[in-house]
Design a protein around this ligand. Structure first.
Ligand code: BTN
Length: 261
């Protein structure tokens, strides 16, 4: 039996850093809820979890399919001790946290596709949507929204996603408990955030290069209306992707949508 809601009761003692926790049986978007809570002055870190979302949001204005009971949908409202320009690095930290958490359940062949896609055996299983609220140059809070497909069957996805998306259960059949996955990801994520706050930016960058599985991959991308292809060379210290489009020619990507080829 899936016990997401009841398992959350143990989270405040399991995660003493967590200052607030909200659960919704159904909501529009946990990222939107988290933003509202942040604007209302709810203390961070605050975890917002939903059983289902009616208007789940993905990156670049996309929709995130969020059928009730079949996925993990949560957002973490944070006030990290980081300069605003380092906030985008949290997306990379979240990608690594998800990878390590899922590997802890025996998942193999997992790749974090820059900046935020969780890819298993070539299929998109999850993603991270990070958003920031600022006042002038001051960062008020950050929201890290994470979505993972857990138990959908192929036919549960809309036709247009059936070849590119998949759930953990499709790729690693077994009993997937959403609360256990959430607990493991949160543990990894809090550790990553602490490391980053301890000014370990260069270590995060190095680890992401070594552990994401993305280094050396061939990708295509559209940048400023131009189609580019190349090999992933690494990251710069701001977490931008360095793409080698020809021997010795490096193009920097800021937030573009990359496709594996
Ligand atoms: C992406 O890959 O484009 C990012 C998807 C992020 C989806 C999650 S589900 C929980 C949180 N609430 C949202 O509305 N979006 C994120």
């Amino acid at each position: 039996m899936d016990t997401l809601k009841s398992a959350l009761e143990a989270f405040p003692s399991r995660f003493p850093d967590l200052r607030e926790l909200r659960y919704f049986e159904q909501t529009d978007s946990t990222n939107r809820q988290a933003r509202q809570l942040g604007q209302a002055g709810v203390p961070a870190p605050c975890l917002v979890v939903a059983n289902g979302q009616s208007a789940g949001r993905g990156r670049l204005g996309r929709h995130w399919e969020s059928p009730a009971g079949q996925g993990l949908y949560f957002s973490l409202l944070l006030q990290p001790q980081l300069p605003a320009e380092q906030a985008p690095l949290l997306t990379l930290a979240a990608g690594l946290a998800i990878k390590h958490a899922l590997e802890g359940f025996g998942v193999k062949d997992l790749l974090v596709k820059w900046p935020n896609d969780v890819i298993i055996q070539g299929k998109k299983v999850g993603g991270v949507l990070s958003e920031m609220e600022t006042r002038g140059s001051e960062m008020l809070f950050v929201i890290l929204g994470i979505g993972l497909n857990i138990s959908q069957k192929k036919s549960d996805f809309p036709q247009e996603l059936q070849e590119t998306a998949a759930s953990l259960d499709q790729l690693h059949p077994g009993v997937w408990h959403r609360d256990k996955v959430l607990e493991k990801i949160l543990g990894e994520l809090f550790q990553e955030i602490k490391n980053l706050e301890a000014e370990k930016v260069d270590q995060l960058i190095k680890r992401w290069e070594q552990e994401s599985g993305f280094l050396g991959k061939k990708i295509k991308v559209e940048k400023s209306g131009q189609q580019l292809q190349g090999k992933v060379h690494g990251l710069d210290m701001e977490g931008h992707l360095l793409l080698e489009t020809a021997p010795g020619k490096i193009v920097t990507l800021i937030a573009e949508d990359t496709t594996l080829i």
